[in-house]
Design a protein. Sequence first.
Length: 249
Amino acid sequence: MKSCLENSGYIPNLSVDCVIFGFDHENLNVLLLKIKGQADWSLPGGFIKYDEGVDGAAKRVLIERTKLKDIFLTQFHLFGSASRDNSSLLEKMNQNDLLTDDMFSFLNTRFLTTGYYALVKQQDADISADEFTSECAWFNVNELPGLIMDHREIINKALMFLQSGLNNQPVGLNLLPKKFTMTELQRLYEAILGKPLDRRNFSRKILRFGILKKLNERRTGVAHKSPQLYAFDLIPYTKALDEGLTQTW
């Protein structure tokens, strides 16, 4: 990225920020980065090359940060408040010799950022720091650390869109393993919604959608009765993504 910024390889005043959601069987998590010399954390983000679209820039950021391809990604909001300011961040980056004069000149202005959220299998993501960051880690959406600029607002709005999306499209294919129990699926929905759901009602509702396949397998190695395993039926699942669901949680 350094060479591109120094040579004006990116469109000025425009950026993308990606809220990458993962699930660890209990909690809904978000991937965050710590810029070198910063106390606060930030979302994975980047700039838009002259020869790529905004969606392409977001996909590139996701691949760079997770090493995953073909994952669920959707644009949800443009953040462009008149008070959006990165001067404090740039000052600290300058103090830590992270920016050349050309890079500072490119960054030292107001940016509009397009927010995306992605759903990934957390255990498959290969995350690592880069030339600008010292750490890269998953955080529970309910236990976020200090965040730079308006990144907390971006996460909150992404979560709001994810929650509202549960009422018209299925979620889980990109967050759960291929085989899962009904309890694991319910925990995912509860983690997203931030509230408990009645076990019997959840099972009845989700089965009514016709997007699950009941497998001839059970989860072994558990303390109690071996639970039934399910998988998503991809054809009706994809159809539900396109046409929507008609159920509230």
